[in-house]
Design a protein. Structure first.
Length: 134
C-alpha cells in the first residue's frame, strides 16, 4: 500500500524544519519571469494593452505580453504594457512586484513582505500605500 503522507524516508531531506528551510530560501527568483509578466500585464490592462498616447490597440506585439517596450504603429510613441499603470517606472523586478502583491493580499506585514520579496521595509510600505490608493 502506498502512503500518501508527506513523510520522507528516514534520513531524507523532509522533516519538521523543511518548511522553514524552504521559506528561508524562497524569493522572487523562484518565480518564472514570463508567468509573472503575463499575469501582471493582464491584471493591469483588463481591456487589453493600448498605446497610452493614441489608444491604438492594433498590431499588439508579443513583446508586450512580457513587459517589453514597443513602438506604436500609429503615432510612433514607445511604450510598455506597464506605461500608465502603477508599475510604470518601478525599480523592482516583475517577480518582486508579483511576490509583494501576493504577500500583501495574504495579509502579511511589511517586515515579512520585505524579507520574502528581497526589498526594504520602506519599499514594502510604499507598495502597500500605492495599492491602497489605487
Ligand atoms: Zn500611439
Amino acid at each position: 500500500m502506498i502512503s500518501k503522507s508527506p513523510q520522507a524516508p528516514s534520513g531524507g531531506p523532509l522533516g519538521p524544519a523543511f518548511p522553514q528551510a524552504l521559506l528561508a530560501g524562497f524569493g522572487p527568483d523562484c518565480l518564472a519571469f514570463k508567468a509573472c509578466a503575463r499575469l501582471l500585464v493582464e491584471l493591469l490592462n483588463p481591456g487589453g494593452v493600448g498605446c497610452p498616447a493614441c489608444g491604438s490597440t492594433a498590431d499588439p506585439s508579443p513583446q508586450l505580453t512580457t513587459g517589453g517596450r514597443v513602438r506604436c504603429t500609429h503615432c510612433g510613441r514607445r511604450f510598455t504594457a506597464f506605461s500608465g499603470t502603477l508599475l510604470e517606472g518601478c525599480k523592482i523586478s516583475l517577480q518582486q512586484a508579483a511576490l509583494i502583491f501576493l504577500l500583501l493580499a495574504l495579509g502579511h506585514d511589511n517586515a515579512t513582505v520585505a524579507t520574502l520579496a528581497g526589498v526594504s521595509a520602506e519599499t514594502a510600505r510604499a507598495w502597500r500605500a500605492k495599492l491602497e490608493a489605487a
